[in-house]
Design a protein around this ligand. Structure first.
Ligand SMILES: Nc1ncnc2c1ncn2[C@@H]1O[C@H](COP(=O)(O)OP(=O)(O)OP(=O)(O)O)[C@@H](O)[C@H]1O
Ligand SMILES: [Mg+2]
Length: 142
């Protein structure tokens, strides 16, 4: 089952993230997929706000550290695999299982992890459909 959402502004994508956050919690892995500038990080800002992370503005792509952790109502682990050359092989070694035992994990460029992603996980595809419009698809991958 795939759910489809449409947003027409950055604020709309943040709002969608805040609303979707209510569905997920400790042990959930969200795999974000979409091209450069699709809005993955914008959606993560909404998700973290929904999980009670105090200042949504400090959420940025964890480009140089691989994982950033935020404290909300639960621990939030934010990863970006864009610069990881062998993400499928490296992901388990980053402590993913431990992160999932503590909180929720959100991964940008998750398609780079291939079979390294945990099962089940939630896949979120973001497709730019215009300068300010985005189609967001949510699917449970088991
Ligand atoms: N409806 C929208 N939702 C999200 N972002 C939008 C929207 N319309 C325009 N944008 C613009 O698209 C860009 C999204 O940037 P963002 O950093 O979230 O992308 P990303 O998918 O994380 O890219 P990267 O792969 O580089 O990490 C921003 O410049 C933002 O202003
Ligand atoms: Mg990003």
């Amino acid at each position: 089952v795939t759910e489809t959402f449409t947003t027409r502004s950055v604020r709309g994508t943040v709002k969608l993230g805040r609303e979707l956050a209510e569905r997920f919690g400790r042990g959930d892995c969200l795999a974000l997929v979409g091209p450069l500038g699709a809005g993955k990080t914008v959606l993560v800002r909404g998700l973290t706000a929904g999980w009670g992370v105090p200042d949504e503005r400090c959420v940025a792509s964890p480009t140089f550290v691989l994982v950033r952790e935020y404290e909300g109502t639960l621990p939030v682990f934010h990863m970006d695999l864009y610069r990881l050359d062998h993400a499928d092989a490296d992901l388990p070694g980053l402590g993913l299982a431990e992160m999932l035992s503590e909180g929720v994990v959100v991964i940008e460029w998750a398609d780079r992890a291939g079979e390294g992603l945990p099962k089940p996980h939630w896949r979120i595809d973001i497709e730019p459909t215009g300068p300010r419009s985005r189609t967001v698809r949510l699917a449970h991958v088991v």
